[in-house]
Design a protein around this ligand. Structure first.
Ligand SMILES: C[S@@+](CC[C@H](N)C(=O)[O-])C[C@H]1O[C@@H](n2cnc3c(N)ncnc32)[C@H](O)[C@@H]1O
Length: 238
């Protein structure tokens, strides 16, 4: 796992303790942990052997990541097609990356938010220490950095760039707990800049996760799509 504070979004204010700093050090991500900031709305804690993130002033239970369930969603298998080397440039909670690795891919995850990257790094470390998950975890790698940067570094290696920018907020009804916490932390990202970066860097295949009925990202037109009940994957073969 790698990270560097200067590469990350600078706007995250976190409350955290010495124990959290120790854990961050043990997973090689101490450099990205912002200093403890009592004004922060988010508290990063070490609880029951895992890092978790609490949104202060809310009743939401804390967010933490555990790579366990292997859902049988085959859409990502179709997205992967024959690609085996993937950059997931918006790793988030790592669900998609874990599933892509479950289908045999080697995946580099890029996550630019320090708190989310720490949760991911913590989950990856725990999965790597578990004999039942070790093999799969070994196919996942984390960079606490902007996706644009990792895409540039790995352009000669990767066969597929995978993008899942934050969807714009839904009208009506509250999103699920995890999404509420995530969106309190990271702003919706357009995604088109990442798509443009992929195009400029010469990525031959790019998949973009979109809400089922949302328009495609502005920019190049997708060459195909895979439709699911909740989401759609726009496929670009540049
Ligand atoms: C919708 S979430 C991704 C969810 C993920 N696919 C999963 O399965 O858990 C989007 C994530 O991308 C991150 N992000 C947005 N823009 C980014 C960028 N330019 N580089 C790296 N990460 C970015 C956000 O911080 C957020 O955690």
């Amino acid at each position: 796992m790698e990270g560097g504070a200067a590469r990350l979004l600078p706007d995250t204010r976190l409350r955290s303790s010495g124990r959290v700093r120790e854990r961050a050090r043990s997973i090689g991500l101490e450099g990205i942990l912002p200093p403890n900031d009592p004004r922060g709305r988010h508290l990063l804690e070490l609880e029951d052997g895992h890092l978790e993130l609490r949104l202060l002033g809310s009743r939401l239970s804390p967010l933490w990541i555990d790579f366990t369930a292997r859902s049988g969603r085959s859409l990502l298998r179709q997205v992967l097609s024959r690609s085996r080397r993937v950059v997931d440039a918006t790793a988030g909670l790592g669900r998609d990356a874990w599933e892509l690795a479950g289908w045999g891919a080697e995946v580099w995850m890029a996550e630019s938010n320090p708190a989310v990257a720490l949760l991911l790094g913590d989950a990856l470390e725990r999965a790597s220490a578990d004999p039942q998950r070790r093999e799969l975890a070994g196919r996942l790698h984390l960079r606490a950095a902007r996706g644009e940067e990792v895409l540039a570094e790995l352009r000669g290696w990767a066969e597929l760039a995978y993008l899942d920018p934050m969807f714009p907020p839904r009208r009506g009804g509250l999103p699920g707990r995890e999404l509420q916490i995530l969106s309190s932390l990271v702003s919706p990202s357009a995604g088109e800049e990442l798509l443009l970066t992929c195009q400029q860097l010469g990525y031959r295949r790019v998949a973009v996760k979109r809400p089922r009925v949302a328009p495609s990202l502005p920019g190049p037109r997708p060459s195909g799509a895979i439709h699911g009940k909740q989401v759609r994957y726009d496929l670009y073969g540049f």
